[in-house]
Design a protein around this ligand. Sequence first.
Ligand SMILES: [Zn+2]
Length: 426
Amino acid sequence: VKADLYIKHIGQLATCKPRNPGPVTGSDLDYVEIIENGAIACLDDEIVAVGTTAELDRQVNPVNRAVIIDAPGKVVTPGLVDPHTHPVFAKTREDEFEMRNLGKSYMEIAAAGGGIRNSTRALRETSKHVLYDNAIKYLNLFLQYGTTTIEAKSGYGLTTEDEIKQLEVIQMLSENHPLDLVPTFLGAHEIPDEYREDKNGYVDLIINEMLPQVAERNLAVFSDIFCEKDVFELEDSERIQLAAREHGLHLKFHADEIVNLGGAQLAAKLGAVSADHLVYISEEGIDAMAQAGTFAVLLPGTSFYLDLRDYAPARQMIEAGVPIALSTDFNPGSSVTISLQMIMTLAANKLKMKANEILNAVTINSAHALLQGDRIGSIEAGKKADILIWKAANLRQIPYFYGVNQVDMTIKNGRVVWDKDGTKKG
Ligand SMILES: [Zn+2]
């Protein structure tokens, strides 16, 4: 086979190719295929062959000027997939971070006009170009830290015009930056200042104006909602998400994050692709999600950063057969990190997950949580050549080290987009 990128002599090649196609659940989550002295051949943006170095040396025919990389003693994995982020925002909120650390709660700050509404006021005053430039520096960091695809939400505009502005920025970023962004409409992120006394009016605006325009202009794959007490209750959430489904959007939920409201059951009932957060999910919620095959996207960085005691009951969900994915929840308020590596460590010591489970939850499963499992998330012939070379000598060292970047090289669509010397190529 012809190849223009050939990686060989890989210490441990963790392919994340599942035993059976589809999301990885239950005890299968603890299985990762490892090829010792592995090799990967790629042509253009695709993987064309995977095996041991001895096997591929016999098959692979590197083209003129092919990039050949030796990776002895290194771990190689698929590029990481982050299925829940809010990367387009106008300003940072370090003042609120300090207020919280000195004793105010997230909900107190939100009630006083801080939080999401603070981000909304700023975004409305900011041009597309400035939003775009702000986001680019975070997208570069995602690549450096090994993330090659993210989901990206709107939700700081909260008017038709400003939600569309934010989705257009996401579209421009995905077109122009090597990182892939999967767009999600989150008009139901918060009730904006001008609708505080008229929540139903805002729900109507989402249903009658925002969703039709977003769908018609193909600006989103998913519709998400902040389903929470005193924000969008179950009834509001059902109305909005049923309308979104009618427009052909797939569904995601911020559910059971602050109290147990039953958002998990609603997500399962409506056939959502995922319900996210789930710190206070009930046993009924776990059963409903397992039955429906709804993904649980867990965001331990948020509990950590808000300094909360409680984390989602990951072990119970894994045992019940709920498909699990992990994400940063990157946003300027409740989780200000682009590092899935940090989240992998939190998944180990806060969610009590094992290294294999964690790796599957940030690769093949997070790809499926974005409906991209057939093109990314594992190292297999025919998939996109999104590949990481790690400093780590074995898989279990990845969550074990924390707070430092352990990625030596990021390859996106068959091109080296970052390496440890800080040089950008391709
Ligand atoms: Zn979120």
